[in-house]
Design a protein around this ligand. Structure first.
Ligand SMILES: [Zn+2]
Length: 247
């Protein structure tokens, strides 16, 4: 009996850890609150030759789920896996942060759909083991764990990056890291290396994901510059490109 209880307790702890590291990235936003819409968008400044179906603009979210694994060349960068095409940009970004005095930790990169399926199923199981009903277990899982196929991490173009200093002290992905100078540097300079903060403040209605200070997405320098300058989400940028016939 005791052994069973200990095992149960261990499973709950394991689940909590999983949710912290994987589920926290992609927490569904409460979209009932008001948000700021971008008002001025200058179409004349759109990057030349950009197309909404370019490889670096692939859109994966709860409305655009992948049905099967994407096929791309992968490379291991430190402890994470990414799309080979973003390796040099990511290394430059992290090296520049270090040069500015802020070491950065690559916390999470590519995750396959099948892996996400396991995380999702494990989460439901663990909630059930901790006395939640089946429907409660599913509801909680949906809230904290990205549904398989809907995570941008499937693309290998998204990386969770934390200021090492902050991460060493707190050990989790949390928005309070915005107060950390190193995290702020990463958020402010990502654009120079072709990355955007994918889930910014005040864009929850568009992204349907809560503000995340750590989730960076590669889109290329020209796209990143335009997106940041005009305060757009990736969803809004792609909608704009399609409207302009750039697809
Ligand atoms: Zn992430």
């Amino acid at each position: 009996m005791r052994r069973v209880l200990i095992r149960k307790k261990w499973m709950v702890v394991t689940l909590a850890m999983c949710i912290l590291f994987l589920g926290a990235c992609g927490k569904k936003a409460d979209t009932t609150s008001t948000h700021q819409e971008s008002k001025v968008v200058k179409k004349s400044e759109l990057p030349k030759n950009v197309k909404s179906n370019d490889w670096n603009l692939v859109l994966v979210n709860s409305d655009h789920k992948l049905k099967q694994e994407l096929d791309f060349k992968q490379v291991t960068d430190g402890s994470i896996v990414i799309n080979t095409k973003i390796e040099s940009a990511l290394n430059e970004f992290v090296a520049a942060a270090s040069k500015a005095g802020y070491k950065a930790s690559l916390v999470s990169g590519y995750r396959s759909i099948s892996y996400q399926k396991e995380v999702y199923a494990d989460s439901i199981q663990s909630y059930e083991n901790s006395e939640k009903s089946v429907s409660e277990a599913e509801k909680l899982t949906k809230e904290y764990v990205a549904a398989p196929g809907s995570s941008e991490h499937h693309t290998g173009l998204a990386v969770d990056i934390m200021s090492s200093n902050w991460y060493a002290q707190h050990g989790d992905l949390d928005n309070s890291s915005e107060k950390d100078k190193g995290q702020k540097w990463l958020m402010d300079h990502a654009v120079d290396y072709g990355f955007i903060l994918r889930f910014p403040k005040n864009k929850e209605k568009s992204t349907k994901i809560d503000y995340e200070t750590w989730h960076f997405r590669y889109v290329g320098k020209d796209n990143a510059k335009y997106i940041v300058k005009h305060n757009l989400s990736l969803e809004e940028y792609i909608t704009l490109l399609n409207k302009e016939g750039k697809k």
